[in-house]
Ligand binder design. Sequence first.
Ligand SMILES: NC(=O)c1ccc[n+]([C@@H]2O[C@H](COP(=O)([O-])OP(=O)(O)OC[C@H]3O[C@@H](n4cnc5c(N)ncnc54)[C@H](OP(=O)(O)O)[C@@H]3O)[C@@H](O)[C@H]2O)c1
Length: 333
Amino acid sequence: MAEPVIPLSDPAPAGRPGVGVGTWAWGNQFLWGYDPAQDGELAACFRRAVDLGLTFFDTADSYGTGRFSGRSEELLGRFLQNLPPDRRRGVTVATKLAPFPWRLGRRGFERAFEGSRQRLQGHLQRVQLHWSTARYAPWQEGPLLEGLADLVAQGRVGSLGVSNLGPCRLRQVHRQLARRGVRLSSLQVQLSLLAPDAVGDAGVVTVCRELGIELLAYSPLALGLLSEPPGSDRPLPAGPRGWLFRRLRPRIQPLLQAMEGMARAHGAPMAAVAINWCRAHGALPLVGMRRVEQAEVAAAAALWHLAEAERRELDRLAHACRARMPANPFQSD
Ligand SMILES: NC(=O)c1ccc[n+]([C@@H]2O[C@H](COP(=O)([O-])OP(=O)(O)OC[C@H]3O[C@@H](n4cnc5c(N)ncnc54)[C@H](OP(=O)(O)O)[C@@H]3O)[C@@H](O)[C@H]2O)c1
């Protein structure tokens, strides 16, 4: 099988943070073992991230499980409120609204948007469609996008993004919004060395470049798998994440060995190599973090780049790797 051509990178535009902060774990008991006792640590992580220049935060109205529903946005709103106003103004919060089946029509996101805005205490700069309904309810998506475009056109939110769209759907959505004169600012997809399709020859990266849409890479550390040194016998994480680690860990050792060599050469931890591979492809990695040290590693990673030869070697290993992260079931073509 021919190796796919993975396009060359564009440097990050000047002034843009090189790494974004993901907050899926904040309030998620099911996958991430959230406990409210962690809130102090999350606040410290948030503050350290902002102090180090990580000022783009990704959240969602569906984040937080069970009785913690909405907790990610609530925590972010609370932490932002505790920042001095001048620091707060420099932070961008992008939330994702879920196209649940009961959210229908052009005004289908109206209440959801207001709910997010309240939980975030008004600090909301971008709304994103969380996933595409093209595979199971294609008629639902168009009106919901019109509603999001209305929010931008009315000046109620600054910008609009989408998530989990493939190249075809991305072009269609871009056309739909362009007819309204509304810019599509970003696309967020899973992108890591264990989910490299977005930067393959048929991936969305080409469409993003052509249409001037920023690519945001979610799960850049493959939920933490890519931050472990090779041969790690660290105890498995609890719950479904542990199942994933048990299944994939044995198959990614050659990749981890190469990453460890590069990490050593740059005097950086493994996670920084995984983060910088996404950046080398022109994406803004959204790193899930909940501890101060993790913010420090992510911020330090944004200060250096992989050499071109290193990126190519990682591209090759990612392609050859027998392990893949599970794809989002709602990812469209
Ligand atoms: N649009 C979508 O459908 C979608 C889907 C998934 C995620 N996302 C977004 O993308 C963000 C990031 O993805 P993710 O949270 O799935 O996973 P990720 O960034 O691939 O991995 C996050 C985990 O890696 C570990 N980690 C982080 N920094 C580390 C470091 N410096 N050293 C060692 N381990 C480190 C942490 O685990 P421990 O805390 O256990 O150490 C952390 O929780 C999410 O938070 C969310 O905002 C969007």
